[in-house]
Design a protein around this ligand. Structure first.
Ligand SMILES: *Cc1c(COP(=O)(O)O)cnc(C)c1O
Length: 428
């Protein structure tokens, strides 16, 4: 396949946009080459500016869980747009989506909508700090919680790929309030808590990690965090920006049976429009302005087009009781196929998967934290990525990314993908 026009468009973009992209993971820095420019997308497929059709395993980094240009979402947006695109005043629609989210997710009474996952996580830790009257937070290496200062201490995918784990521009003052632990390592967390008695406001965690590939929590890890938090007056924040409304109707709280104190959302909750949200029980949420002292705001928060898209998406997921099972089955089928063909071609690999999140690591050892994820062979990944691109399959242009399976994928698409991987793996 040729990607000539995309390359030309990228050269034009580079003149006026830093690196030619509006978010660094979109650039092909870690795999080489130039990004693909999309013209349109429908269902499981992307159509690019060169006229190629690609099977999409990124799906806008998660939101398009039911496929691109999903009719009910598109229609909801069109209908709303005709009635005005922003008011900066309350609308009934905001209450509807809030009520549905509160109904779907366990253990939350109230939810506040923002415009991105970054905003959701940033606001969640401010709320946690205000509520506990403490300053420090614990995050896990390799977990990504958006690009706000407190989290860019050793960020996930984007920053790892570029080898700048500490971004210039983040002050030392901010950095000293973020403590880093290893994912799946409870002892590490315990040590940090003991060394910072009564100073830690929150532990924020991706309850299934997805920004260093897909890394499931080990048995007992989430419950262990819950117990440590409860015993030490710390709030447990589940960053479900990736996992929320993807792994189960109620997210990882439902899957694991572990209750979080604050939950962050993004991606799927906006149906492909810019939406994030954070939620908690009333006691915590009432601490937010205008009810409480913790300030948080947004001119476009709860935007009617975004809320219409999100509501249509959540309604579709809520009304289809088989959806998460179907996604799990499709992803299991893909995983089994990839496992078979990589083994046949004697390639060292590990596949991690939880529901419709899956990642292929080019290292034979178990991948359970950032260090083990970083051992993957990036040279093999590059060949794998470009080989698949030639076959018309688009996976994320970084070895640290999870693939997001959409319900629009058919078993034919999955078979085609497995065959393509077999072909590509012969050339690695
Ligand atoms: C994508 C992501 C974010 C950031 O969301 P944006 O909408 O890109 O700001 C935060 N946390 C997790 C777990 C994510 O996957």
């Amino acid at each position: 396949m040729l990607y000539k026009r995309s390359s030309q468009l990228f050269a034009e973009a580079e003149k006026v946009i830093p690196g030619g992209v509006n978010s660094p993971v979109r650039a092909f820095k870690s795999v080489g080459g130039t990004p693909i420019f999309v013209k349109s997308a429908k269902g499981a497929y992307l159509y690019d500016e060169d006229g190629n059709r690609l099977i999409d395993y990124i799906n806008s980094w998660g939101p398009m869980i039911l496929g691109h240009a999903y009719e009910p979402v598109v229609e909801a947006v069109i209908e709303k747009a005709k009635l005005g695109t922003s008011f900066g005043m309350p609308t009934e629609l905001e209450t509807k989506i809030a009520a549905l989210a509160v109904d779907m997710v366990p253990n939350i009474d109230k939810i506040r909508f923002v415009n991105s996952g970054t905003e959701a996580c940033m606001s969640a830790i401010r709320l946690a700090r205000g509520f506990t009257k403490r300053d420090k937070i614990i995050k896990f290496s390799g977990c990504y919680h958006g690009h706000s200062d407190s989290f860019l201490i050793q960020a996930g995918s984007g920053a790892i790929t570029f080898g700048t784990p500490n971004s210039p521009g983040v002050t030392e003052g901010t950095a000293k309030d973020t403590l880093l632990a290893s994912y799946n390592d409870l002892e590490n967390v315990k040590t940090l808590i003991e060394a910072n008695k009564n100073e830690i406001a929150a532990i924020i965690v991706e309850p299934v990690a997805g920004n260093m590939g897909c890394i499931p929590p080990k048995e007992g890890f989430l419950q262990g965090l819950r117990d440590l938090c409860s015993a030490n007056g710390i709030l447990l924040i589940f960053d479900e920006v990736m996992t929320g409304f993807r792994l189960a109707r109620g997210g990882v709280q439902e899957l694991s049976g572990v209750d979080a104190d604050i939950v962050c959302f993004g991606k799927v909750i906006g149906g492909g429009l810019p939406v994030g949200a954070f939620a908690a029980r009333a006691e915590i949420m009432n601490y937010l302005a205008p009810l409480g002292p913790v300030y948080q705001a947004g001119t476009l928060s709860g935007n009617p087009l975004a809320m219409a898209a999100g509501l249509a998406m959540l309604q579709a997921l809520d009304s289809d009781r088989e959806i998460f099972k179907r996604l799990d089955e499709k992803t299991a089928y893909l995983a089994a196929g990839i496992d078979r063909v990589l083994k046949e071609n004697k390639i060292a690999f590990t596949i991690n998967r939880v529901g419709s999140m899956i990642s292929v690591h080019f290292d034979a050892n178990p991948v359970f934290d950032f260090k083990s994820a970083a051992k993957g062979d990036n040279e093999i990944f590059k060949k794998f990525f470009h080989g698949l691109l030639q076959e018309g399959i688009y996976i994320a242009p970084s070895a640290y990314e999870t693939w997001f399976i959409t319900d629009a994928l058919t078993y034919e698409d999955l078979d085609f993908t497995i065959q393509a991987i077999a072909k590509v793996s012969k050339m690695i």
